[in-house]
Design a protein around this ligand. Structure first.
Ligand code: KMH
Ligand code: ZN
Length: 270
């Protein structure tokens, strides 16, 4: 088994300070949270950007500020979101790719997202994959349901995605695949040999799915984007608290945690 890659999804686009007052919002807060997660065992951060009033933005300038502050402190793998927030246009969502981060997310299908729809029609998939290819950015394929794995394989056939692929199984979104271990097993068995995968379990599924991934040889994403609670009814104090817990789970199962450079080797980033 490879060492465990822990990704910290620090902020997301939908969570608010009303949901959890510890949510990092400004570039300085995001960078401080990233560093704490790095110290707790994360090797990658999944970034979203916010305006000062807390609303979601895909502004390259705001991403650039956060990334600069993170890179000044540590060598975490930077993965920007191209999902942004529900309702954003493709052009808006793709803005941070011009910064040429090491990785970016690529959602390979549309999905109901609570009361909304997260739109990813076929033309978006091709445009996003092509833009990432042109900028030398490795996609993390966000699969909110099992059919989205096949959509990614179609992009491979079209020459728009290069193997080895890296997937993030986003599970437990209301509208997407439910976050059960049975479904995780099915997702993991549905990707091509040689691919890597991580799991992002929403809400209370974060810990059980993360624990299953530790045991199965996958990787784990945790953080406020996916889950604001530490235990039932108790808000998490920080993203780092969630990272620290899954690092402890890994230690209990004798699965060492990857450094950022070890994660780069596992993901074939260089
Ligand atoms: N905010 C969600 C609608 C991504 O980062 O690529 C989409 C999302 C996925 O967060
Ligand atoms: Zn995201």
């Amino acid at each position: 088994m490879d060492k465990l890659i822990i990704t910290a999804a620090l902020t997301g686009a939908e969570v608010t300070r009303e949901d959890n007052p510890n949510l990092p919002i400004t570039p300085a807060e995001i960078a401080a949270a990233a560093y704490d997660c790095y110290r707790a065992g994360a090797s990658m951060v999944h970034l979203h950007a916010r305006n000062d009033d807390g609303t979601s933005t895909q502004s390259a300038g705001v991403y650039k500020e956060a990334i600069g502050l993170i890179e000044a402190e540590c060598d975490l793998i930077i993965q920007v979101s191209t999902g942004g927030a529900v309702g954003m246009s493709a052009e808006e969502r793709l803005q941070p790719i011009c910064l040429k981060p090491e990785m970016a997310t690529l959602s390979t299908g549309s999905v109901n997202f609570g009361d909304d729809v997260f739109m990813n029609p076929p033309a978006y998939l091709e445009e996003f994959a092509k833009t990432m290819q042109e900028h030398g950015v490795k996609p993390e394929i966000e699969a909110f349901d099992v059919g989205m794995i096949n959509n990614a394989l179609q992009l491979v056939k079209k020459g728009l995605l290069a193997e080895p692929l890296h997937f993030d199984f986003v599970m437990g979104v209301p509208g997407g695949i439910p976050g059960t271990v049975k479904n995780l097993l099915h997702m993991a068995e549905s990707i091509p040999p040689g691919s890597t995968w991580t799991v992002a379990g929403m809400g209370r599924t974060e810990l059980p799915l993360g624990t299953a991934a530790v045991i199965m040889g996958g990787h784990v994403r945790v953080g406020f984007e996916d889950n604001i609670y530490f235990t039932k009814g108790v808000l998490a104090e920080s993203n780092a608290q969630l990272v620290e817990r899954i690092a402890r789970v890994a230690e209990i199962h004798s699965r060492p945690v990857a450094s950022p450079d070890e994660a780069r080797e596992i993901l074939k980033l260089r």
